[in-house]
Unconditional design. Structure first.
Length: 116
């Protein structure tokens, strides 16, 4: 049996306009782009395998409050790549509405049979 190797990327992606999941956006979540570009190549999301969030403590008087910082999506593309994308609600850098919010966190690559 072969094991997948996870390669950290940590680079921004460019979502294709009009490809966002509007149902998620209607409930206040980020709309996962179904098509995006990375390093000059276009990728299409075939299926979402897993979702999760990271949280951080809220500030102020309400000590029970937690803030959702990042939304992660493990996806399989139509080219059979397994990628982890994330949306950062509080991105660093940039100005105003042009801050980069979508990133490719990692790519999983299947190990060859002789590596297992």
């Amino acid at each position: 049996m072969t094991a997948d190797r996870e390669t950290f990327i940590g680079e921004p992606i460019q979502p294709k306009l009009g490809s966002f999941d509007t149902a998620a956006m209607a409930t206040g979540g980020p709309g996962l782009p179904r098509v995006f570009a990375w390093r000059g190549n276009e990728y299409k999301v075939a299926v979402v395998l897993k979702t999760w969030r990271t949280r951080e403590p809220g500030v102020g008087m309400d000590r029970d409050y937690t803030y959702v910082r990042k939304h992660f999506y493990r996806v399989k593309t139509t080219a059979s790549d397994v990628m982890t994308l994330y949306f950062d609600r509080k991105p660093l850098g940039g100005r105003g509405k042009h801050k980069i919010r979508w990133f490719l966190f990692s790519i999983a690559q299947a190990a060859s049979p002789d590596e297992s």
